[in-house]
Write a protein that binds this ligand. Structure first.
Ligand SMILES: Nc1ncnc2c1ncn2[C@@H]1O[C@H](COP(=O)(O)OP(=O)(O)O)[C@@H](O)[C@H]1O
Ligand SMILES: CC(C)(COP(=O)(O)O)[C@@H](O)C(=O)NCCC(=O)O
Ligand SMILES: [K+]
Length: 279
């Protein structure tokens, strides 16, 4: 089995992948904390022959996690943000400072779609752009839904946006605090994504396919106007592409990768941008 770990600021996600068949056997998530408890937090390591890790937690958390895993697993691969990988050139002035989850998402998106806009809706919402030639432009970082809500300190933190609620209802003015907050932060997130996407496509003169991942991807997806695909395993896709271990991975297959959507035309993107500026 291969253990893939995606340690975010809020949640540490894991999945077990069959090294032979490439099937995903199980998955889970625990709150990101200082210390891993084998058994309770992570699956039984007896069956694990290799681990691949993407972590944006404090360096000490990663170091301890790796030390713990190395005691039982021979192959431990830790992803790093590099100057260049898999045809993508990192857009950061200091490439190592780009969050490695963003880098993994950008690599996966590029493998799948060529140029792309990779959006990760987690503790933060990150929006990264890669051009068809592999130039990563850099990106945008916005607080995620939960962080925005908590920062208001209005006692609404425990009432999440109902992922089933009608998108139209989320766009109405709230008539109680919890709705005013939920509708407000939802609008802040989706308006930022829609606008940033249009601005960058306009600047670069190209309509890019959009890919969404992260804990809030599904609910945010409903407010993203341009065609896009939700790919929950996008960060894992970057790990698969960076450290291919199975037969399917060596052939370039990433688990759960969506069919790539045709982006809307650049003319339409520019028209919507011009329209929003006229209003
Ligand atoms: N069951 C859940 N438990 C915790 N957070 C959830 C859950 N479902 C959705 N979320 C949202 O997903 C976010 C965490 O998403 P994730 O992509 O794992 O973040 P990170 O990578 O920053 O840890 C939370 O901030 C919250 O808004
Ligand atoms: C921006 C992030 C906090 C997002 O992390 P997440 O929401 O996935 O937990 C993370 O990618 C990070 O710590 N990045 C380093 C700073 C940067 O990318 O510029
Ligand atoms: K994120």
């Amino acid at each position: 089995m291969i253990l893939d770990l995606d340690i975010g600021n809020t949640l540490s996600k894991w999945r077990l992948k069959d090294a032979e068949s490439s099937e995903i056997r199980s998955r889970g998530a625990v709150w990101t904390r200082e210390e891993w408890r084998p058994g309770a937090d992570i699956p039984n390591l007896d069956v694990v022959e290799a681990v691949r890790i993407s972590s944006v937690a404090r360096a000490a958390v990663l170091e301890e996690t790796v030390a713990l895993l190395r005691r039982q697993v021979r192959q431990v691969y830790v992803a790093r943000s590099t100057v260049e990988a898999l045809g993508v050139v990192n857009g950061y002035e200091e490439p190592g400072r780009l969050g490695v989850d963003r880098w993994m998402g950008a690599l996966a998106g590029y493998q799948l779609a060529g140029g792309c806009c990779a959006v990760d809706c987690g503790s933060a919402i990150t929006i990264d752009f890669v051009l068809p030639g592999g130039v990563h432009l850099g990106g945008f970082i916005v607080p995620g839904l939960r962080l925005m809500k908590e920062s208001l300190k209005l006692g609404t933190r425990n009432v999440a946006i109902d992922p089933e609620s009608e998108t139209d209802a989320l766009l109405e003015p709230g008539r109680r605090t919890v709705d005013a907050v939920n509708h407000g932060i939802y609008m802040a997130a989706v308006s930022a994504i829609n606008r940033i996407y249009s601005e960058v496509c306009d600047q670069q003169g190209i309509a890019l396919p959009v890919l969404l991942t992260g804990g809030d991807a599904r609910v945010i997806s409903r407010g993203v106007q341009v065609p896009h695909a939700v790919w929950p395993d996008m960060v894992y896709g970057g790990l698969e592409a960076s450290f291919p271990l199975t037969f399917a991975e060596r052939a370039g297959k990433m688990s759960g990768a969506p069919g790539v959507l045709e982006p809307v035309s650049l003319e339409k993107i520019r028209a919507s941008l011009a329209f929003s500026m006229l209003l």
